[in-house]
Design a protein around this ligand. Structure first.
Ligand code: FAD
Length: 235
């Protein structure tokens, strides 16, 4: 993703950037520009990996709001380094006090309180997004959770230091193994259920198809989103 100079650019300041797990940094940003958004749990932010006023085609990456504090306009993000890509390199160099630039926040994978039952399924890259959805759901909801990772040191608690999700170490992360384990643990009835399925592209697609075809989950209740693109030779 690259942005042209003329599009709206918001800015803020890095308050904190701290390693919180083997492959994750906790980034905290303050920005008075956040006051312009009507925040809903599930928003994402397209952050420039540099200064778009100095670089003609400054690349960006999409990151999920982990938490938003509306009085002082402070937002939290959990940024992962599994990829060893540009975003992973950028986050490791970011220091408190650094300026940060981003597009107006928005979101498609928003919290939706209209169902009774929920499936929250994902990997470490999507964990902060799922935590935010979870905190935004009413306490009366029945929530099935399944977070998969290769090693225990990749897990991190929610922003309030709680561990509300069931997590599973699956090493290596093989699509069939992960999907079969999820299927074996799913609630028997999936009536009135919304499923948030994020993270690993192939796992997202296989699980999406299973829930759609084998469990007849209505398509509008399947909120599936691969969080990155698999390299063609990895498929
Ligand atoms: C809706 C949405 C929300 C997102 N929220 C977050 C978030 O909160 N935190 C976060 O860290 N990322 C999040 N992402 C992913 C993020 O936008 C980047 O695509 C990702 O972090 C990789 O960027 P990169 O520059 O580090 O690597 P790239 O240079 O983009 O990727 C290099 C290669 O690494 C592999 N790869 C990329 N990402 C991963 C990964 N996570 N695990 C394993 N392999 C990978 C791919 O094969 C890719 O070709 C989100 C994506 C979407 C679509």
């Amino acid at each position: 993703m690259s942005y042209q100079k003329e599009s709206t650019v918001y800015s803020g300041t890095v308050l904190q950037n701290k390693k919180i797990a083997a492959h994750t940094f906790h980034l905290q940003i303050q920005s008075n520009d956040f006051a312009n958004m009507q925040y809903i749990g599930g928003f994402t932010l397209d952050i420039f990996l540099g200064n778009p006023f100095e670089e003609a085609f400054c690349q960006g990456r999409k990151y999920s709001f982990w938490n938003y504090e509306p009085v002082y306009h402070i937002a939290d993000f959990a940024i992962c380094t599994f990829s060893n890509g540009k975003g992973a390199e950028w986050i490791q160099k970011l220091q408190p006090g650094d300026p940060i630039f981003f597009k107006p926040p928005k979101g498609k994978l928003l919290v939706d309180n209209s169902a009774e039952n929920y499936l929250l399924i994902g990997d470490i890259t999507s964990l902060s997004h799922l935590y935010e959805i979870h905190r935004s759901l009413a306490v009366s909801k029945n929530i099935f959770t399944f977070i998969y990772a290769q090693q225990e040191t990749d897990f991190f608690p929610d922003i309030d230091h709680s561990f509300p999700f069931n997590h599973h170490i699956i090493n290596p992360v093989v699509t069939d193994t992960v999907v079969d384990t999820i299927i074996s643990l799913l609630p028997r009835s999936l009536d009135n259920t919304i499923a948030y399925i994020f993270g690993h592209p192939e796992i997202c697609i296989v699980l999406h198809n299973y829930l759609k075809h084998n469990k007849n989950l209505p398509i509008q209740n399947l909120r599936t989103k691969p969080f990155w693109k698999t390299k063609p030779n990895n498929l």
